[in-house]
Write a new protein. Structure first.
Ligand SMILES: [Zn+2]
Length: 218
């Protein structure tokens, strides 16, 4: 098996969601080999930093925090759909996804590749990323999918104050559909059947957690 790392590297200066509510990543040394005989760091970051998994409690009062998401959902066979290199402001429709899924087969985990990770560390990343139509979200729920992952920041379009605030997040999380955001390297896998391992830190009550996400084709 050839593992592909679908995780963005965590480093100082990495972009973070620009809403004013998130904390940038830092990992300052608090001990050094020369001075202290060991190296230790203080890591600071927001709970939705880099490649991460959302707990239901990101938007809901009750439900799974990241430590409560069943491992049986986070690890297992998945299906990777290649939507092509989507341009700015794309809306991913029910048809876009349903046409690319094998008919009559149960799919529990779905990853959507839009090649948006090409803009990571560029201004465009947080400007008009692809998002899912309401009908596309309904389709994913109807299919019985338990986990959906994306190589863009969110299944929702940017909240401007004029549109609804994160309706797709709320829809998925209410249905206990686990979300993985900011994936990368999906182009290194063949579209179709993969085995997925996506593990958030076991943060008690965590609303989200940076996660190491890897997969291989099966
Ligand atoms: Zn998130």
């Amino acid at each position: 098996m050839k593992f592909v790392d679908l995780t963005l590297p965590m480093k100082k200066g990495m972009p973070f969601y620009p809403s004013g509510l998130h904390t940038p990543f830092s990992a300052e040394k608090t001990a050094e080999i020369g001075a202290n005989g060991r190296e230790i760091r203080r890591i600071e970051m927001g709970s939705h930093c880099g490649t991460h998994i959302d707990g239901m409690t990101h938007f809901l009062k009750n439900g799974w925090s990241v430590d409560k998401i069943p491992l049986s959902i986070l690890v297992g066979p998945a299906y990777l759909v290649n939507l092509g290199k989507l341009p700015q402001d794309s809306v991913i429709t029910r048809k876009d996804v349903s046409d690319r899924l094998p008919k009559g087969r149960k799919i529990e985990r779905l990853l959507l590749r839009a090649d948006w990770s090409r803009f990571w560390e560029k201004k465009q990343y947080f400007n008009g990323w692809p998002h899912l139509s309401e009908d596309c979200c309904s389709f994913i729920a109807e299919k019985g999918i338990k986990l959906a992952g994306f190589d863009f920041p969110s299944p929702d379009e940017t909240f401007t104050g004029k549109n609804l605030d994160s309706p797709n997040h709320k829809f998925f999380l209410k249905k206990k559909i686990v979300l993985i955001e900011y994936l990368t390297n999906l182009g290194k896998l063949k579209p179709g059947n993969i085995f997925l391992i996506a593990l958030p830190l076991r943060i008690a009550g965590g609303d989200g957690s940076p996660s190491r996400v890897v997969a291989y084709n099966i």
